[in-house]
Design a protein around this ligand. Structure first.
Ligand code: 5GP
Length: 300
């Protein structure tokens, strides 16, 4: 009942230019769109060509778009293939980051509008980006400004407790044995090693922040966002931060976009700390008020 209507909406994961498409029965009737656009699919009667409108478009006439089946078909002409986002293109040459069972081509994803209800637990917000420590700093600043609304999940660690630290405050201090068992039992939404110690964020720690009616903010390695999105955790929205100044960071941002762009809901372009902070604050506030396009499976 959270679906506002029964219409079919798809998020497009590729750019489409009908004028470049030799396969279309009628170029003039085509509907151009860009990766990330939300399309309302009006009819799927034809297996090859759907009729769709772009959400937010003032043009009320539906146009032709290639159907999902057609776009994903393996043996069509070379031209068609160039429209597709191949697995190789998305992951670069490294060959990492893809798990078995991943869709080889992302074409369309069925989505629905989702509006948070006031009696639902606050969202988990996952930050990924190319700036590492600076994302953490951004997160800390936003929380420090508004500690009654936002909080971090208290992580687990196997490193020794420092004298000023308290168990359950800075970290949950656990033995290596306990940590490994928790990993095996899927208690963590993410974990990693740093200077030979293990660190991780547990589902439980996220839940306990949400139980206090606060939004939980975590920052993770980009590859983790895939797991979080596919796990029980589907209340999150992701932000990506990028820095145009440094070539390396730009490269990293591009790579994150190619590999993980489809998992990202909001992109934050960092110009300086203060404006990035203000922007993140704005996004978090909108998350509570506005509705969002989410995969249909999340609301069903
Ligand atoms: P420290 O031991 O100085 O408190 O933390 C050192 C480093 O551990 C942090 O800079 C960060 O890289 C890593 N770390 C801290 N908390 C977590 C966590 O929840 N998950 C992961 N993967 N790493 C963490």
């Amino acid at each position: 009942d959270r679906l506002k209507d029964s219409k079919v909406y798809m998020r497009a994961w590729f750019d489409y230019t009908p004028l470049d498409d030799k396969a279309t029965p009628c170029q003039e009737a085509g509907l151009p769109f860009k990766r990330g656009d939300i399309l309302q699919v009006v009819t799927q009667d034809d297996p090859t060509w759907w009729q769709a409108k772009r959400v937010g478009d003032s043009n009320l006439r539906a146009g032709l778009i290639p159907s999902k089946q057609f776009q994903e078909r393996p043996n069509v002409s070379g031209l068609r293939r160039s429209f597709r986002l191949s697995r190789k293109d998305r992951q670069g040459s490294s060959g990492e980051g893809f798990e078995p069972g991943d869709q080889e081509f992302l074409t369309y994803e069925e989505v629905a509008r989702y509006q948070q209800r006031s009696n639902e637990r606050p969202r988990l917000v996952v930050l990924i980006g190319s700036l590492g420590a600076r994302i953490n700093e951004l997160k800390q600043r936003v929380i420090a400004d508004n500690p009654h609304r936002y909080a971090v999940a208290v992580p687990h660690t196997t490193r020794p407790k420092k004298p000023h630290e308290k168990d359950g405050v800075e970290y949950h201090f656990v033995t290596k044995q306990q940590f490994d068992a928790d990993v095996l039992n899927n208690k963590f939404i993410e974990h990693g090693e740093y200077k030979e110690n293990q660190y991780g964020t547990s589902i439980e720690a996220v839940r306990s922040v949400q139980a206090k009616n606060k939004m939980c903010i975590v920052d993770v390695q980009p590859e983790v966002s895939r797991r979080i999105r596919n796990a029980e955790y589907h209340q999150e929205d992701r932000l990506r931060q990028k820095d145009e100044d440094l070539q390396e960071m730009r490269q990293s941002a591009i790579q994150i976009d190619q590999q993980y762009g489809h998992l990202v809901d909001r992109v934050l372009i960092k110009e300086d700390s203060a404006s990035a902070c203000a922007e993140l604050r704005g996004v978090l506030e909108r998350l509570e008020r506005e509705s969002f396009w989410v995969p249909l499976s999340w609301v069903r």
